[in-house]
Write a protein that binds this ligand. Sequence first.
Ligand code: DAH
Length: 341
Amino acid sequence: MREKLLNLKNEALAQIIQATDPEELERLRAHYLGKSGVLNQISKEFKSLFDEEKTETGRLFNEIKSAISQALQPKLENWKTGKLENLDITLPGIRPPQGHLHPVTSAIEEISSIFEKIGFIRVRYPEVDWDWYAFESLNMPASHPARDDWETFIVDAPEHPKLGKIVLTPHTSNGQVREMERLGHPPIRMVNIAKCYRRQSDVSHTPMFHQFEGLVIDENINITHLKGTIDYFVKQFFGPNRKSRLRPYHFQFTEPSFEVDVTCDICLGKGCKLCKEGWLELGGAGMVHPNVLKAGKIDSEKYTGFAFGWGVERTYMMKSGLKIPDLRLLYSNDIRFLNQF
Ligand code: DAH
């Protein structure tokens, strides 16, 4: 609303300055200040505002209304009385408000460029996909209990005889077998960044969020390549004083599997009130399970690979100096919050 009002003011003042005859000024007056003019229309939208916003927006509204009428009035009177317009061309211009990218968009751009520097290729895969790519090809057959962790939205649509149901992708791992199919053979070095959806909403979860998924497949790929890539990313994204570690874990699509931790930005690993033991959890990773390579028609005797998948919002929040108390703020479209980035 604030933005809308400010834009309106700029637009109105620019038109008034440029108006060259009294008819045009009268038309502008009716358009902006008239009974069924734009400002009156906008004032009807006040009802939908939160109480705390109403006062501030109301003040801005009045300011803008009088700015427009103050710009119109003298010009109109000058015309009526035949006086020449008193135009001061040395006055500074009106600067339009400048926007910027959404913080999640900037994080995605930064993450892509970090991986692109070491030869990863940014790919995009469907955000509404078949069960086969989201689960089954990742070594999670239909009734596997591990699927429960993904709290998936299932689309009410006919099933495909081979690919199964349609789901809103609960993770970016659906890009793994799709990329193997696209290229047909290694080497593969992809980073898939996309929206993901899960049935969850609280201070640390939004039903829609983003993940970035790395996948590397080639001859002789081993855990040291995974660790090296993670270390490189952590230093580039979080800064040279942050460290990473791999902690044993379980995923169906990797063997062995890990959770990746990063040292806390406050205590740098010593342990403090905020992180307890010095480390913050970033996300999952591991060596690609041979069954996943087979699902992507890749020779699992000849090739090996590693993969990782992390939440963009989560990773972004762990960057130094950023403490967002409720992740849902990122998507509430509140300009007062977004303006701070
Ligand atoms: N897809 C997993 C999730 O959403 C994260 C993940 C774990 C991705 C391990 C990977 C991996 O590629 O190797 O929780």
